[in-house]
Ligand binder design. Structure first.
Ligand SMILES: [Zn+2]
Length: 84
């Protein structure tokens, strides 16, 4: 029997990837394996291949989008500016 969740997953996972959620976050929020998220992401390329900042989805380093969503990065910058 086919996996009845397949269509649902595909839509939800694609949506989340396009909204800029990471593989790890998506897997955690949907309570599924990261490998599953990767599989569906790969099916929907190139729609899921961009970070919200416009760079490729797996780009290295910081960007406005990642910074905005990351408490640790914001904390780091706050401390950095407080140092002197
Ligand atoms: Zn980015």
């Amino acid at each position: 029997m086919a996996n009845y969740k397949r269509t649902e997953y595909r839509q939800v996972i694609t949506g989340m990837m396009m909204l800029g959620y990471s593989i790890r976050e998506t897997a955690y929020l949907l309570k599924i394996a990261r490998q599953t998220v990767k599989r569906y992401r790969d099916m929907e390329r190139p729609a899921t291949d961009k970070c919200r900042c416009g760079k490729p989805a797996q780009h290295n380093g910081w960007c406005a989008w990642r910074y905005q969503r990351s408490k640790p990065r914001q904390e780091f910058m706050r401390k950095w500016h407080d140092a002197d």
